[in-house]
Design a protein around this ligand. Structure first.
Ligand SMILES: NC(=O)c1ccc[n+]([C@@H]2O[C@H](COP(=O)([O-])OP(=O)(O)OC[C@H]3O[C@@H](n4cnc5c(N)ncnc54)[C@H](OP(=O)(O)O)[C@@H]3O)[C@@H](O)[C@H]2O)c1
Length: 255
């Protein structure tokens, strides 16, 4: 028996990295999943990798910065699967080597728009459906940079710090609807996002040990390790947890 049997989950940024690993784990645990992201091509590739029939997994093109697109995506997911129980607000972008002085207005707006406004947009559209299903869970993807600051990631820190407080506010507001709202705060995770950061900073091979050394466990995590924390917060194993910001960071936020 799966931990998510009968449940329907919507995963933003589901075509890559942490979102894709979470989709795979949710499917293994019996859920049906709707993956949201912008690129239809990468969405199709993700479905192929998951080898999932349309009755269990679909891709919906959606830019989470648009509330209209979020509303259409929620309607499409509920139209396909009949209900919505779980929302993983996971889409995010990062610009590195950017203090406030180096951050353009477009970069600021995109970073805040995807992580923070995107979480608001999708939650606003999904909460009535989750409530209709009798309650459920929302998991937001913050970052270790929502807990402690990093150099050269000013907009990202602002966005991810905002996600933590939005999580707590939503947990209070929707406890009465039977909806638990939590967030995860990952350290460095081996995904295309981190790989392109390492490329910019001098190449993956040379940067990997330096990134690993930022974590007391002295390594980068796999997307699957993050997905397991998302599953914990999505299912009844965490039935008395709401409003939490869970570090999944190999101890990085400790020192
Ligand atoms: N990797 C890390 O080290 C790390 C650490 C802490 C937190 N995180 C957080 O984890 C989340 C997932 O990151 P990842 O590392 O898995 O990154 P990734 O592999 O780059 O995946 C990002 C996903 O977000 C989607 N996306 C980007 N902009 C979007 C938009 N406007 N609307 C809808 N979808 C959008 C991308 O698809 P399209 O481009 O096709 O839209 C893609 O599916 C992010 O919130 C990130 O900040 C990552």
């Amino acid at each position: 028996m799966g931990k998510l049997d009968g449940k329907v989950a919507l995963i933003s940024g589901g075509s890559s990295g942490i979102g894709l690993a979470t989709a795979r784990l949710f499917l293994d645990q019996g859920a049906r999943v709707a993956l949201l992201a912008r690129s239809i091509e990468r969405g199709g590739q993700a479905l192929q990798q998951l080898q999932v029939p349309a009755s269990q997994g679909i891709f919906i093109a959606c830019d989470v910065r648009s509330q209209v697109e979020c509303q259409q995506a929620v309607e499409q997911a509920v139209g396909a699967f009949g209900r919505l129980d779980i929302l993983f607000n996971n889409a995010g972008v990062i610009y590195i080597e950017r203090s406030v002085l180096d951050t353009s207005e477009d970069q600021w707006n995109e970073t805040l728009g995807v992580s923070l406004t995107g979480t608001y947009n999708l939650s606003r559209c999904a909460i009535p459906e989750i409530a209709k299903a009798g309650g459920g869970t929302i998991i937001n993807n913050s970052s270790v940079f929502g807990l402690v600051a990093g150099q050269g990631v000013a907009a990202y820190c602002a966005a991810k710090g905002g996600v933590i407080m939005l999580t707590k506010a939503m947990a209070l507001d929707h406890a009465g609807d039977g909806i638990r709202v939590n967030c995860i705060c990952p350290g460095s995770v081996d995904t295309p996002m981190l790989q392109s950061e390492m490329e910019i900073l001098g190449g993956q091979e040379s940067m990997r040990p330096a990134f690993a050394a930022r974590h007391p466990l002295n390594r980068i995590s796999t997307p699957e390790e993050i997905a397991r924390a998302v599953l914990f917060l999505a299912c009844d194993d965490s039935s008395f947890i709401t409003g939490a910001a869970l570090p999944v960071d190999g101890g990085r936020s400790v020192w």
